[in-house]
Structures are given as structure tokens and as C-alpha cells.
Design a protein around this ligand. Structure first.
Ligand code: MRU
Length: 374
């Protein structure tokens, strides 16, 4: 990913070799600020406050959070305590649990003194694996974009609608939904992205627009409710979104509002794709609507808006009358029947149990699902 033309990842080990750097996503795009995490408490705070966010990146930060905890104390008790605190930081993205389980499985058999090093190694591997997965997602989805481009006249761009931020800021690098977009753009295929603003936190308007702009990808920010209208008028060729948890049956949980885009896409014959890295897959659940925990966040995210004033100051204003009750459901579930295809690192597959089981026979959550069933 590029910030100010400089290639960087969303998470890195600091020069001291043990503390962990991230960008503070709560101040982007107004300011580019880095935060140093020195303890599991710092990592938990960064995840819960959404300084760092996006399912794959939450997993990577949590993995390093365990390493930071074990650096201080390699005991079983310290491991269990940090695991529990980090896991509770955000409930919906399953990558958090996936990463904590992966690190725990590596360190548990080791003597306490060796656990921190092993945790750092696994956290670094999780980061590298995330980048490799996103590269594969990009490669696997590219033919979908190429096929649409081939039907276009006079070099007209392929119009892709996306929701929230499933870009490099939500991952270690490249993004999931954005990986094929960046690849297509870099290969000279004209693409244009409709970016849903994504209330209440505006990850689309603030973060996706920022990163597409940094990479020079043509894009237009639209109000959340505009997508259906654009689809009715033939202005959207495909939708690509990310996911925070996808069940073994292919039900897709993603940022609130994704479901409405899927309905509009279905009604208008627009293909609706979900970029799904395997750590976001949860075979232990089947009915997404009934079973996926939906995070309820602070009312303040709905009652206020933060932005830059004409004087250049960044300020929050209240947009709801005092005393009006507010609800803030952070995610929704798009049933598998509305999903045209899941773009995974192992290919583009149907959103169905059969296809997911065939593609991921070795997925760790299948083992967990079997144990739970016994
Ligand atoms: O609440 P957020 O900002 O963490 O939600 C992020 C999303 O919903 C993304 O679409 C999802 O995590 C996929 S990121 C590759």
C-alpha cells in the first residue's frame, strides 16, 4: 500500500524488534499518525477503539498482542488472560479468534521462556500469509473484471461498487475486496469504484476513498442509499465487498448496509461478489442470521459526525436531537442465496456448503465444528 507514495504495510515490527506499529485509523485521512503497541492492553485498546480495524488486520494485531503479553510473562495464566481480553475486544470478525487460536496452538506445548519468540514468529507468519492470500484473491478475481472490461465500448471503465473498507487498511496489505481492483488498475484495465460512505463511521468515505486516492484509482464516494439507484440505471457492473465472518453455508456477515446492497444487486441482475480470505471462514456456524454475533457499538457513532471544518480543524458535531434513542448495529448478514460468488485464495466458488467444504477440507474451524457436534 502507498501512503504519500511510500510503500508500507498496515502493521509492522518497530526497530526495537518487539513493539508493534500501526496507523491510527481514527484520525485518517485528516492526519497520518502511527501508534506503537507495547502490551496486550495496548493491542486490545487499539482493536476496541478501532484505531486498527478490518477483520484480517484485527487478527494480525491480536496475534502480536499475544506475543506482547508472553514477552512480559510466558505462563499459562498470562496466556489465558491475554487470550480472553483480546478475544473480547470485538465480537464479530472471526479472524480475531482464528489468529489467537493459531498463536496459542504454537506456544502452548513450549516452556514459558520460549513462548514469546514462537508467538512473534507466528504473528509475522500470519501477516505474510494475509498478504499472500490477498494477492491470490486479486489474481482469482481478475478474470471477472477482465470479462466485463472486454464487453465495454471505447475503453469505458468497469464500475465496481464496494461497501465499508475492505482495502489495505483493513488487512496487512492490498485488501481483500480491493486486491483485484488494484491489480486491474495496475494492469491498465480501466476501473472506477463507487465507494459507499458507510455510516455511521464512514469507513468508505474516509478510508476507502483515501487509499484509492493514494493509489490513483478513479472513484466516486456515494451516499449509502445511492447504490440501488445506480444499479437501476446500469451504472454498476459488479459489487465486491469484504466480510468479517462467513459461515460454512456461505452466509456473509459484513458491515451494516451490505445486505441492502446485495438485495439491490439481486433485483437488478448485478453480480454480487464477496472477497473471502479463509481465516474469515467459520465452519462452526451454519445459519449466519441466527448465529453470528452482531456487534452493538456506541450511540455516539450515530449521533455525531466527525470531519474537517473550513478552518482546517477536525471537529465532531451532533446530528440527532438530544434525547432521541439510538441503535448502532455494526454488521448485518447477507444470506448465501444473494451472493454470486465467494472470491477466495483458492478460487472463485459458490456460496454453498458443498463448495466451501470442497475448497477448504483442511480448515481449522471444521475440526472445531466436529468437536462441538460430538
Ligand atoms: O467495523 P470495521 O471497520 O472493522 O468493519 C470492517 C468491515 O466490515 C470490512 O468489510 C471487513 O472487515 C472485511 S475487511 C477485509
Amino acid at each position: 500500500m502507498r501512503i504519500g507514495g511510500i510503500e508500507t504495510r498496515s502493521i509492522w515490527l518497530e526497530p526495537d524488534g518487539w513493539s508493534v506499529g500501526i496507523f491510527d485509523q481514527t484520525v485518517l485521512p485528516w492526519r497520518v499518525e502511527r501508534v506503537t503497541l507495547r502490551s496486550a492492553t495496548d493491542a486490545t485498546h487499539a482493536i476496541a477503539s478501532m484505531q486498527t480495524r478490518g477483520a484480517p488486520l484485527i487478527g494480525a494485531v491480536a496475534a502480536y498482542g499475544l506475543a506482547l503479553a508472553l514477552r512480559e510473562d510466558g505462563s499459562d495464566a498470562a496466556l489465558a488472560s491475554a487470550y480472553g481480553t483480546l478475544l473480547a475486544a470485538r465480537p464479530t470478525a472471526v479472524n480475531l479468534k482464528w489468529a489467537l487460536d493459531a498463536v496459542s496452538a504454537d506456544v502452548r506445548p513450549l516452556p514459558p521462556a520460549q513462548r514469546a519468540d514462537a508467538a512473534y514468529r507466528r504473528a509475522a507468519a500470519i501477516c505474510d500469509e494475509d498478504v499472500a492470500i490477498n494477492q491470490a484473491i486479486g489474481r482469482n478475481a481478475l478474470p471477472l473484471i477482465e470479462a466485463i472490461a472486454a464487453r465495454k465500448r471505447d475503453g469505458a471503465p468497469v464500475n465496481i461498487l464496494t461497501h465499508c473498507n475492505a482495502g489495505w487498511l483493513a488487512t496487512v496489505d492490498l485488501g481483500t475486496a480491493t486486491a483485484p481492483i488494484y491489480l486491474a488498475h495496475d494492469r491498465g484495465i480501466p476501473v472506477h469504484v463507487f465507494v459507499d460512505e458507510t455510516r455511521p463511521r464512514n469507513q468508505g468515505a474516509l478510508l476507502t476513498a483515501f487509499e484509492l486516492g493514494q493509489h490513483g484509482v478513479p472513484h466516486t464516494v456515494i451516499a449509502d442509499n445511492a447504490g440501488g439507484h445506480l444499479m437501476q440505471h446500469g451504472q454498476v457492473d459488479m459489487v465486491i465487498v469484504g466480510t468479517d465472518r462467513t459461515t460454512g453455508h456461505g452466509d456473509v456477515c459484513n458491515k451494516i448496509g451490505t445486505y441492502l446492497k446485495a438485495l439491490a444487486a439481486k433485483d437488478n441482475g448485478v453480480p454480487f461478489y464477496v472477497a473471502l480470505p479463509s481465516p474469515t471462514l467459520d465452519f462452526s456456524l451454519s445459519d449466519g442470521i441466527a448465529e453470528i454475533p452482531i456487534e452493538q457499538r456506541s450511540a455516539a457513532e450515530v449521533t455525531t459526525m466527525t470531519g474537517r471544518t473550513t478552518s482546517g480543524a477536525v471537529e465532531s458535531i451532533t446530528i440527532v436531537p438530544d434525547g432521541s434513542p439510538v441503535a448502532n448495529h455494526a454488521f448485518d448478514v447477507t444470506p448465501a442465496r444473494l451472493v454470486t460468488g465467494l472470491i477466495t485464495e483458492r478460487g472463485v466458488i459458490a456460496a454453498s456448503r458443498e463448495a466451501l467444504e470442497r475448497a477448504f477440507p483442511d480448515h481449522p474451524s471444521r475440526q472445531q465444528a466436529r468437536v462441538a457436534a460430538e
